[in-house]
Design a protein around this ligand. Structure first.
Ligand code: NAP
Ligand code: F7E
Length: 327
């Protein structure tokens, strides 16, 4: 039975990846931080097969202990401070967790694996946010990185450190440059969930307005359930490498709003949506669109869920939550 250790298991991707690995017969271990993390109860309820270990990306010795306890074949580093807007307000913490946290995991694996560096395969959750002020359209694995947020800068550090450990120590370390991916489990601070939740609440008469920042920003949005399959496939390759994972389509925030409100029967969304400067960013990433041909050719991966199906799935889940008085 293969064994996997996942950091960030209480997040969106942690859920989908755990479910995938459990379905493939893996023994799954999850690193959870804090002495009484309230998300543990949900994890135990939704993924009873997962074995929980405590630790923090800021604490190398806790990661080393988790490696010894889980003896993994594969480590997926999904843990991070992942909200871009928050990263300007907490620059140093974001740099430590999202950036140096990667080094801590790589170093812990190196120490743990000793003379057999390839023994533990490693996945790093890199991000399209690294492309920032995009230098090429669409973006590929070789597009110059130009991050536009402290989060993006921290991800660049983790990305190159992953490559560096691969090249220096022969580690089987792969980096997935994932474009935005969403699901009904997306945190409500991200624009997609903020919109689908608001559409559901407005349709139910529970909310009057939706305040947003930049409606013109364009993203390549896919479904998290599809993207975790690409992570797993990367670690099944004989040779570690870096891969863009994307849908190869771009849509504006406004298009997302139109589709979401249309799904709950509101065609005049302009009546409910107002721009609020609080949600504008000091530097914006205006356009993201990936080219995932390499993942398609080498991993045989392609996304199944379309943009419209993704929006509808998220809206329907929020409509159900509102109906059940959960939101
Ligand atoms: P998420 O829902 O925000 O989950 C982040 C996870 O990191 C949570 O489990 C969180 O734990 C954990 N974490 C935060 N600080 C930690 C620390 N100091 N030590 C250990 N764990 C810590 O993120 P996601 O959407 O699932 O994304 C997964 C990864 O992919 C992240 O690294 C993200 O940056 C990256 N990524 C995401 C996207 C996307 O569109 N979703 C795209 C590209 C890359 P708590 O629950 O305790 O807070
Ligand atoms: O913003 C605009 C905002 O916060 C998307 C993370 O998973 O994907 C995510 O980062 C766009 C931006 O995601 C609001 O300015 C407008 O242009 O949903 P978001 P993100 O910043 O793209 C990348 C790939 C990651 O790696 C990250 O971890 O939407 N926008 N109005 C708004 N965004 C928010 N959050 N709230 C608004 O009111």
């Amino acid at each position: 039975m293969p064994r996997a250790l996942i950091t960030g298991i209480t997040g969106q991707d942690g859920f989908y990846l755990s479910r995938l690995l459990l379905s493939k017969g893996y023994e799954v271990f999850g690193l959870v931080r804090g002495q009484n993390n309230p998300k543990i109860a949900a994890l135990e309820r939704d993924l009873p097969g997962v074995r929980i270990l405590t630790g923090d990306l800021l604490d190398l010795s806790s990661i080393l202990r988790a490696l010894e306890a889980s003896a993994p074949d594969e480590v997926y580093n999904l843990g991070a401070i992942s909200f871009v807007a928050y990263s300007w307000e907490n620059v140093s913490l974001t740099s430590d967790v999202t950036g140096k946290g990667v080094l801590n995991v790589l170093e812990a694996i190196r120490l743990y694996a000793r003379d057999d560096a390839e023994r533990v395969r490693f996945y790093q959750a890199s991000s399209s946010e690294m492309f920032g002020k995009v230098q090429r359209v669409p973006q590929t694995e070789s597009t110059l990185l130009w991050p536009r947020s402290p989060y993006g800068v921290a991800k660049v550090y983790g990305h190159y450190m992953t490559i560096n450990y691969r090249e220096s120590y022969g580690m089987h370390a792969s980096s997935g440059i994932l474009f935005n991916h969403e699901s009904p489990l997306r945190g409500p601070e991200f624009v997609t969930r903020k919109i689908t939740l608001a559409a559901a609440r407005i349709a139910a008469g529970k909310q009057d307005k939706l305040y947003l920042g930049n409606l013109d920003a364009r993203r390549d949005w896919g479904f998290a359930g599809d993207y975790v399959e690409a992570m797993w496939r990367m670690l099944q390759q004989d040779v570690a490498d870096d891969y863009v994972v994307s849908t190869n389509e771009t849509h504006s925030v406004q298009e997302f709003v139109e589709r979401a409100f249309g799904r709950v029967g509101i065609d005049d969304w302009q009546r409910y949506v107002e721009q609020d400067a609080r949600f504008l960013r000091p530097a914006e990433v205006d356009l993201l669109i990936g080219d995932s041909s390499k993942a398609h050719e080498r991993l045989g991966w392609k996304p199944a869920v379309t943009f419209n199906a993704l929006v509808d799935m998220m809206v329907d889940a929020d409509v159900a939550r509102v109906r059940n008085a959960e939101a």
